[in-house]
Design a protein around this ligand. Structure first.
Ligand code: NAP
Ligand code: GCO
Length: 265
């Protein structure tokens, strides 16, 4: 292996939902490794906010408004990227939503909305980029999975069903397209400090830590929440030639949560 194996120089990376949070950190890390960054978000304000943030970090990113659940819009975006920026070498399916509602109180419509963004959309976007990856003889797809790809918990039935499904979509893309030199892997973040998890970390009226926050610290051998930066090295590795024989794998980046039964009483 030569020292350029981790470089993303000359590669085009599309990171979905990457105006802020985990997607932003991963895209920025890939830019620092040499990639040209393309991202999308669902609203113009978010794309503008993302573009300003990338610029402030010295990164020239390309932003598109696109709802990843809209197949025709995704196909148009991918076509435009290919014509104006170049073939997509790396796809990160990052855009995601969560609804924390006890299962018996959740409507089928709410359930479907989560499945649509967290599972159907990675299928839609992957399907839009794979033909050109096959044509160009290589491709990297990284699906952002979750602890909930392996574990359940109260109130997140739709999210867990979607992220468990995403783990299997990852393996199926590997199975179906590995022969074309396409590697499809997942990253399973532990509990990461982002706006998505902010409600679980809110301070209590008396100033104490949220009970869920305390629970996560006790359940994580690293005894802390993850940061978006913790995900950058694993993402760059899975996007680079250093991982060319890693396929269909879910890399959990969780400070050890999945290895641990929890703090003894
Ligand atoms: P986030 O802060 O909520 O960011 C997700 C991004 O996706 C937002 O910019 C969001 O836009 C965008 N998005 C939502 N629906 C979309 C759609 N239909 N089309 C295009 N973009 C859309 O979440 P995050 O915490 O950074 O999480 C990113 C990914 O990591 C998600 O897949 C999440 O499930 C996963 N994850 C997060 C954690 C964690 O602890 N934070 C752990 C494991 C996995 P809006 O702001 O408009 O919704
Ligand atoms: C929740 C959280 C999680 C995390 C993450 C864990 O309510 O339990 O939001 O689902 O976001 O996906 O890996």
């Amino acid at each position: 292996m030569d020292k350029t194996a981790f470089s993303l120089e000359g590669k085009v990376a599309l990171v979905t939902g990457a105006s802020y949070g985990i997607g932003y950190a991963i895209a920025s890390g890939m830019a620092r490794a040499g990639a040209t960054i393309v991202f999308n978000d669902i609203k113009q304000e978010l794309v503008d906010k993302g573009l300003a943030a990338y610029e402030a970090d010295g990164i020239k990113a390309h932003g598109f408004v696109c709802d990843v659940t809209d197949e025709a819009a995704v196909e148009r975006m991918v076509q435009t990227i290919q014509e104006q920026i170049g073939g997509i070498d790396i796809l990160v399916n990052n855009a995601g939503i969560i609804k924390r509602v006890p299962m018996c109180e959740m409507s089928a419509e709410q359930f479907r909305a989560v499945i649509d963004v967290d599972l159907n959309a990675p299928f839609i976007v992957s399907k839009a980029v794979i033909p050109s990856m096959i044509e160009r003889g290589h491709g990297k797809i990284i699906n952002i999975c979750s602890m909930m790809s392996e574990l359940g918990r109260e109130t997140v039935s739709a999210y867990a069903a979607a992220k468990g499904g995403l783990k299997m979509l990852t393996r199926n893309i590997c199975a179906e397209y590995g022969g074309y030199n396409i590697q499809c892997n997942g990253i399973g973040p532990g509990y990461i400090e982002t706006p998505q998890t902010a409600p679980l970390r809110e301070r209590q009226p008396d100033g104490s830590r949220h009970p869920f926050d305390q629970f996560i610290i006790a359940k994580t051998p690293a005894a802390r929440w993850g940061t978006t930066d913790d995900l950058v090295g694993p993402a760059v590795f899975l996007a680079s030639e250093a991982s060319n024989f890693v396929n269909g794998h879910i890399l959990y980046v969780d400070g050890g949560i999945l290895a641990y039964i929890g703090k003894q009483p």
